[in-house]
Design a protein around this ligand. Structure first.
Ligand code: SAM
Ligand code: SF4
Length: 463
């Protein structure tokens, strides 16, 4: 029974579309894009048609539409975070990952709580406010307890005005009860990537360990939501199966969550496979995604699910990251290390190689120089605007009303406390320019007031 093996992902429907669809013509694409511009998302059938587009000019059209939607809904904000890798021990054998159990070429390590504190201190001292805690699946019974203690340790770090205000989590799937305990530890988003939704490819890539169970992995997000975690993040590791299959299946996953829980994922991550030590698959992925198709993927996701945040990591180069911001990315990591201890020491034992090696300040200077506003905002999560409550806010104009002021004030904090002189000049100019885009005189006035208060030493002001 294919359904029993593949859960709610309807493989035969997707394969049927892939085998039987021709490219849409200009008129059909224009019609779908004009529907997309209503900013309520498009149907699964319409997304399927866009995925079949191969003509470069029509891909550019999709990209321009994605950019209009992105600007209308998110403005020029980019939320910044850093990953914190706590352990590279793993009992799974994911062929693309350096942490896989059979790879003997990296040094294995799990950080002590003191080491986690030290890593956090380094990140806080750079100006980070949002972390993504990442781990391999090698800690056995003690794992959950360890993660909860790690979270407490991270939240406990205070240096001057600096602190971590939101911890998102990317760790192996848990039981409903395990997720309840994780929620009680005050996590932000729980993220888990399906890697590939294609069952046969999944089985080929995940040879042993708990993650080899496709349905158990697929239903992890359901368990997290059952446990009350209502900000969840899904993702695909691009390069494993045909990207068109992955997007159709990913959207089936989104619809499944919407039907079952009344709200879809908070974020979608879109990593592409990067070279990883001890992994042949990472050097020549079975379905490598080129830059053109990667842009198409981001644009199609933006027009299909306009209110779901999209995350891009430092796996990508600075050039590709800039192209991706234009198309609809709303969150990026910066100044990242992918090895446990990497912010305090050397970079041996990394998970994969990075495409962007710049420091947080260099990334910020660059994005501010391109007219984007780096945001460290954690307002929604701390005011309980998560899940359905966040989606109620997610209407054109409304996000700008709350998120833009919060982006400006958190960016101002960064400029006051951490920025180099050069970044400060570029940053102040962007703040000045963006104040005009706050769509309410009253909120603009309030924001100007908050910016002045921050100059005189106040911190953590948000709407
Ligand atoms: N161990 C957990 C898991 O696998 O779900 C969470 C942490 S794992 C280190 C985080 C993610 O790294 C994986 O979900 C996978 O998508 C990504 N990853 C692994 N190898 C990669 C590679 N060679 N290039 C890019 N991303 C990779
Ligand atoms: Fe382990 Fe995650 Fe890497 Fe797989 S992707 S080997 S589960 S760390």
């Amino acid at each position: 029974m294919i359904e029993a093996k593949t859960g709610f992902i309807d493989h035969s429907q997707i394969l049927h579309v892939l085998e039987n669809s021709s490219s849409p013509d200009r008129g059909e694409v224009a019609e779908i894009l004009s529907h997309a511009l209503e900013m309520k998302g498009i149907s699964a059938g319409e997304t399927e048609r866009l995925l079949m587009v191969e003509d470069n000019e029509l891909i550019d059209e999709i990209c321009r539409t994605a950019n209009r939607i992105k600007n209308e809904i998110y403005g020029r904000r980019l939320v910044l975070f850093a990953p914190l890798y706590v352990s590279n021990l793993c009992k799974n054998d994911c062929l693309y990952c350096a942490f896989r159990t059979t790879n003997t070429s990296i040094a294995r390590r799990t950080l002590s709580l003191d080491e986690i504190r030290k890593e956090t201190e380094n990140l806080v001292s750079q100006g980070h406010k949002r972390l993504l805690l990442v781990s391999g699946e090698g800690l056995g019974e003690s794992a959950l307890n360890y993660f909860i203690k790690a979270i407490e340790t991270i939240y406990d770090v205070k240096i001057g005005n600096g602190e971590i205000r939101r911890i998102n989590i990317n760790i192996a799937s848990l039981s409903v009860d395990g997720f309840r305990q994780l929620k009680a530890a005050k996590i932000g988003t729980y993220q888990l990537f399906q890697e590939t939704y294609h069952y046969n490819m999944y089985k080929k890539m995940h040879r042993s360990g708990p993650k080899a169970n496709y349905v158990n992995h697929l239903t992890a997000i359901d368990r997290a939501m059952e446990a009350g975690i209502d900000d969840v993040g899904v993702g695909v590791l691009f390069g494993l199966a045909d990207y068109r299959f992955e997007i159709m299946a990913l959207l089936q996953h989104v619809r499944h969550l919407e039907e079952r829980f009344g709200v879809g994922p908070h974020t979608i991550s879109i990593p592409r496979i990067e070279p990883a030590e001890g992994s042949d698959v990472s050097l020549s992925p079975p379905h490598a995604v080129n830059d053109r198709d990667f842009r198409k993927i981001i644009a199609i996701l933006r027009v299909s699910v306009p209110y779901t945040g999209m995350i891009l990591s430092t796996r990508e180069t600075a050039k590709m990251r800039r192209a991706a911001f234009f198309l609809g990315i709303s969150q990026i990591s910066a100044g990242s290390r992918t090895n446990p201890g990497g912010y305090s020491e050397d970079d041996s034992g990394a998970q994969f190689s990075l495409g962007d090696h710049r420091s947080l300040d260099e990334v910020i200077a660059d994005i501010a120089g391109h007219g984007y506003i780096p945001s460290f905002c954690t307002g929604c999560y701390r005011l309980g605007r998560t899940g359905v409550d966040f989606m109620d806010l997610a209407k054109p104009g409304l996000i700008q009303l709350y998120c833009l002021p919060n982006a400006l004030t958190t960016f101002k904090e960064y400029l006051e406390d951490y920025a180099t002189a050069e970044t400060k000049v570029a940053g102040e100019a962007v703040i000045e320019e963006q104040l005009a885009n706050i769509p309410s005189d009253e909120v603009r006035k309030k924001t100007v007031g908050s910016l002045r208060e921050i100059e005189s030493g106040k911190r953590d002001l948000y709407l």
